[in-house]
Ligand binder design. Structure first.
Ligand SMILES: Cc1cc2nc3c(=O)[nH]c(=O)nc-3n(C[C@H](O)[C@H](O)[C@H](O)COP(=O)(O)OP(=O)(O)OC[C@H]3O[C@@H](n4cnc5c(N)ncnc54)[C@H](O)[C@@H]3O)c2cc1C
Length: 510
């Protein structure tokens, strides 16, 4: 069933078993798991079914940290959320990402990789990728010309990325959700208030508002916040009427550890002899996969390096642009920019490119950010149209990121020479960490970590079940729960984590 809060003139009250706030990758994945389950589910979505400039403006915030994209350009506020313009790169977090690593402060998840990975096949189905295997050799078996660079696999390997079409969740799953008798989708329903029971231990009800002033109260047995990492933290902090520091924030953890995947052009690889590099080319048209060079876990541990991969683009074709310098700041312009880029990409046929003719490759690194409590989302003085304080984003990197880039380049350079494949040339900033980051440094538009998972409420916001510490019925879905970021684009993994939470909610509601 669908109801538009903007069109309901009387204050409305909904009673249900489960209230999910936010209909993006996480919220829709969870709602799809409750189709025809018997329980009554309400899904609250801030926007309508299409992009609307006025609603998008509710994402506005101010950057007070490292240079970053505008918040109205990095997250979409309508049904389907940011999958309305995501790129569809899919690869899961690695086992090492879950480990406590002495050289990565604040690392170590309270759950292990295998438990997380058991939800990957279902997550893969939701993003419409082949769920067979994540082993590259198995995946490309019998595919002529798709060969890895012959490096020592204990040091470097080729990591498999699969491409979602990309699934636009709002388009793909709208009918199933709207046609379902057990699910009520509310559009134009912006969460504005979370009311706690006087014990402070559970949520009594939540309120949502449309921009034209209509109000909905939802009274549920359980609540899931799935608004993305910036908005999840913002709403917990903004709801400080009953708990002064905000909900779940007794130990000043909400909003901390904001993580991105720093992306930067780092240097060039020169091959000694031309060889097929097809594996490292985007191949949307033919086999919907590609590969990036990744530093192996053993080498990360040996050299104290954060997880990272590098894409390889022929130097001749890569140009000198970087997204951070190219993406429009305005929400609408940025949305149009991505829609146009998608059409161009999908009409390319990279399988036809003769990769053997290129021997110089630009490295475009995407890396894990070390979990840093000072990299954070807080609230500013400005308010949005609904009266909610706007977020301040303070993205901060540490020395470990710079040292890791240097380490990765040194190890790769050595391996290229020892294997006889070629050599690496890196710019001065890679080796001299006293120099500034180059102006190509941006992020992958991946927001993570602001309600991180930790068993200790003094070190995280949610427990191992994704339930807010100290609250019985308030849970969080999405990459805000990531304890560490890995180097993998986050959507597939955040959906797996959401399905895990969904399973737990089924047990609780049974
Ligand atoms: C340009 C771009 C390219 C990307 N490419 C990739 C990629 O290739 N691979 C990858 O893995 N990831 C990619 N991402 C990241 C990916 O889009 C996100 O990881 C994913 O969408 C996050 O899912 P989510 O459900 O947590 O948040 P979102 O998808 O952002 O959904 C959050 C939802 O909550 C709603 N909401 C917000 N506030 C409220 C409120 N107060 N009340 C009610 N509802 C609210 C929003 O309207 C939205 O629908 C990309 C992102 C961008 C910007």
């Amino acid at each position: 069933m669908h109801k538009d809060l903007g069109a309901l003139s009387k204050p409305t009250i909904e009673k249900c078993d489960l209230c999910i706030v936010g209909a993006g990758a996480a919220g829709i994945s969870m709602a799809m798991d409750w189709l025809n389950q018997g329980e009554k589910v309400v899904l609250l979505e801030a926007g309508g079914f299409e992009f609307e400039t006025e609603t998008q403006a509710l994402n506005q915030g101010t950057n007070i940290g490292q240079r970053y994209y505008s918040l109205t350009a990095t997250r979409l506020r309508f049904f389907g959320g940011t999958t309305g313009h995501w790129g569809g790169y899919c690869t899961p977090l690695d086992p090492i990402d879950f480990e406590t690593r002495p050289y990565v402060p604040n690392s170590g998840w309270p759950i292990d990789y295998d438990e997380f990975a058991s939800f990957l096949p279902r997550a893969s189905k939701l993003v419409e990728i082949d769920d067979r295997t994540w082993n590259l050799e198995d995946y490309i078996a019998n595919k002529k010309d798709y060969v890895s660079l012959d490096l020592n696999s204990r040091v470097f390997y080729s990591k498999l990325f699969k491409f979602s079409p990309p699934t636009r969740f709002g388009t793909k799953y709208r009918k199933a959700l709207v046609d379902s008798n057990s699910i009520t989708v509310y559009t134009h329903a912006n969460l504005t208030r979370i009311n706690l029971h006087e014990s402070g231990q559970f949520v009594k009800d939540v309120e949502a508002q449309s921009l034209n002033g209509n109000v909905l109260t939802v009274n549920a047995r359980h609540y899931v916040l799935a608004m993305g990492a910036v908005q999840n933290a913002r709403m917990l902090l903004a709801n400080n009427q009953q708990q002064k520091a905000g909900i779940g924030n007794a130990y000043d953890q909400v909003g901390r550890y904001f993580m991105e995947h720093p992306e930067v052009k780092a240097g060039h690889i020169f091959l000694k002899r031309p060889q097929s590099m097809k594996l490292y080319f985007f191949d949307y048209m033919k086999i919907k996969m590609y590969s990036e060079l990744a530093i192996a876990s053993s080498a990360q541990r040996a050299h104290g390096i954060l997880n990272m991969t590098t894409a390889l683009f022929p130097k001749e074709l890569s140009g000198d642009w970087a997204w951070i310098n190219k993406l429009p700041k305005d929400g609408k312009q940025s949305y149009d920019f991505w829609m146009k880029a998608e059409k161009n990409t999908l009409s390319r046929a990279p399988s036809d490119v003769d990769t053997k003719k290129y021997t110089a490759y630009q490295m475009q690194i995407r890396m894990e950010q070390s979990p840093n409590p000072n990299s954070r989302i807080t609230l500013g003085d400005k308010r949005d149209k609904l009266g909610t304080p706007q977020p301040l984003i303070n993205w901060q990197l540490t020395e470990l990121e710079r040292n890791s880039i240097r380490g990765m380049n040194m190890v790769l350079g050595k391996e290229l020479i020892e294997s006889g494949i070629g050599r690496l040339h890196a710019p001065p900033w890679v080796f001299d960490t006293s120099l500034e980051w180059p102006n190509t440094l941006g992020g992958g538009w991946h927001h993570m970590g602001t309600t991180r998972m930790h068993n200790d409420p003094k070190k995280g916001v949610v427990d191992a079940h994704c339930t807010v510490h100290g609250m019985d019925n308030l849970h969080i879905a999405g990459s805000s729960c990531f304890t560490t970021a890995g180097a993998a684009n986050p959507t597939l993994s955040l959906i797996a984590l959401t399905l895990r939470l969904s399973k737990r909610l089924k047990e609780l509601l049974a």
